[in-house]
Design a protein around this ligand. Structure first.
Ligand code: FRU
Length: 469
């Protein structure tokens, strides 16, 4: 795969096979750990799914192991070691995840036939082992009988945090009325958990909420989650599943709140592009909140593995999340990525440049009037004074992707990361973000710009080549 022209230079990919959600994000003794949903035997049908693992000192140069970090090798996770998180503790981390079990038989797997086990692994840091972490045994903490009676058997994706003496867990769930919600649990030790409440929406909002997360910035909280069943919403672009966040009213907390109902009208998509789902946040040892998403979608009508690739999907770059002027989260590429910048070019007042490698970091610090950036004549990112658009001019390069637009009457800055078959665009300090895969056929990267703005174009190096060698 390392010779595949579509492999990335600064987006994490699976060693082989399939990748989906980022899992277990944390920083321990200076090392960043990124686990992810991984099926090395994909595209074999029903290939086992567990956790893969990559790690890095600088968020740019990565190492990893092509084998499972967590293999679905016990009866409590027979149908997959599903998504979960990491909580740093003295000497290591606790890893929490869902063991998914589909019982053989004629079941609907919603109301019957599925077991959702929440499993804990205690991991110890050890600089002598590759990856620096030794994973201990698996302990099932919670089983179906432990969840409130109104839950179906869809309960998964634990995200755990500590505040004061308390440990809090959120779990994504589907209730017997087919409404998505989040279960909130509390623990004194991170091992024994008790139901402590729910977070719901004031009106029905999808049938299942996957991958819940709590983002806390300057004392305020947001519930991030992935509602399923959104295809009829005017803003969902027909996608069944989307990912976004709801703000928690000031003074309230997700833990501690008992029964919390959030106003679904305030739902905000994390990303306006084609390929973004199941993000997870974490706070690093320097206190930064970083967010990584899966640059893929469940149920998308467009392709992510054209021409029989033997691998599928990647993660976004780590995005630093900060509160904007009104408190709303902004997302910006982690500053470490600038270490990959090489030669610098400028295009003023429009022009064209062709780079040898298919990777660039394009920065427009001050947008002056309408602006258009076109990549390989196939993918245009444009602003006309009224809307910001990501548009495929050559449908074959989009593999079924067409266009995404968002109203925007004032664009003041724009940054576009181009990394072989991944593009991420950040506008207005990260208020609006678009992630998309694309499948260009040229080895060179051609960038055409139109408008009066000064575009700075950095060539970008490769930090992930050889990650799993
Ligand atoms: C989201 C998800 C999670 C689940 C995992 C399985 O993409 O469906 O809810 O834990 O993927 O791979």
């Amino acid at each position: 795969m390392s010779h595949d022209p579509w492999r990335m230079g600064f987006h994490l990919m699976p060693p082989t096979g399939w990748l989906n959600d980022p899992n277990g994000l944390c920083q321990l003794d200076g090392t960043y750990h990124v686990f992810f949903q991984y099926s090395p035997d994909w595209p074999t049908p029903d290939a086992p799914r567990g956790w893969g693992h990559a790690f890095s000192k600088d968020l740019v140069h990565w190492s990893g192991d092509a084998r499972f970090a967590i293999a679905p090798d016990t009866p409590d996770e027979a149908s997959g070691a599903y998504s979960g998180c990491a909580v740093p503790v003295e000497g290591g981390a606790r890893l929490y995840y869902t063991g998914n079990v589909k019982e053989p038989g004629n079941f609907d797997y919603v109301h019957k036939g599925r077991r959702a086990n929440q499993i804990l692994i205690e991991a110890v840091t050890d600089p002598a082992v590759p990856g620096g972490l030794v994973l201990g045994e698996k302990n099932v903490l919670l089983r179906n009988a432990d969840y409130p009676a109104f839950c179906t058997c869809h309960v998964r994706d634990p995200k755990v945090w500590r505040e004061g003496d308390a440990w809090w867990m959120v779990l994504g769930a589907r209730d017997e009325d087919d409404r998505g919600l989040v279960l909130v649990l509390r623990s004194d030790d991170g091992r024994t958990w008790k139901n402590a409440g729910t977070v719901r929406s004031t009106e029905p909002f999808g049938f299942m909420w996957e991958c819940p997360d709590r983002v806390a910035l300057c004392g305020r909280e947001w519930l991030s989650f992935c509602p399923q069943g959104m295809s009829e919403r005017p803003w969902s672009n027909g996608m069944r599943d989307v990912s976004g966040y709801l703000s928690v009213p000031e003074g309230e907390k997700i833990g501690d709140a008992g029964e919390l109902a959030l106003d679904a009208q305030g739902f905000h998509l994390w990303d306006r592009g084609f390929d973004f789902y199941a993000p997870q946040s974490f706070v690093d040892e320097g206190g930064r909140t970083l967010l990584i998403g899966w640059m893929g979608m469940p149920e998308a009508p467009y392709e992510s593995a054209p021409d029989a690739l033997t691998w599928c999907h990647c993660l976004t770059v780590p995005r630093e999340v900060t509160p904007g002027a009104d408190g709303t989260p902004l997302q910006w590429p982690a500053r470490e990525l600038e270490a990959l910048r090489g030669a610098r070019h400028e295009l003023a007042g429009g022009g064209t440049i062709t780079l040898d490698e298919h990777r660039a970091d394009v920065v427009v610090e001050h947008v002056a009037g309408s602006l258009e950036l076109t990549l390989d004549g196939a993918l245009a990112i444009s602003w006309d004074g009224a809307e910001l658009a990501l548009r495929f001019l050559d449908g074959s390069v989009g593999c079924g992707r067409t266009e995404r637009t968002v109203p925007c009457d004032n664009l003041y800055n724009l940054r576009v990361l181009i990394d072989n078959s991944a593009v991420e665009a950040f506008a207005n300090d990260g208020e609006l973000v678009f992630a998309t895969r694309w499948f260009p056929r040229s080895d060179n990267l051609r960038i055409d710009t139109k408008g009066q703005s000064l575009c700075i174009i950095w060539e970008m190096g490769d930090g992930v080549a050889g990650t799993y060698e």
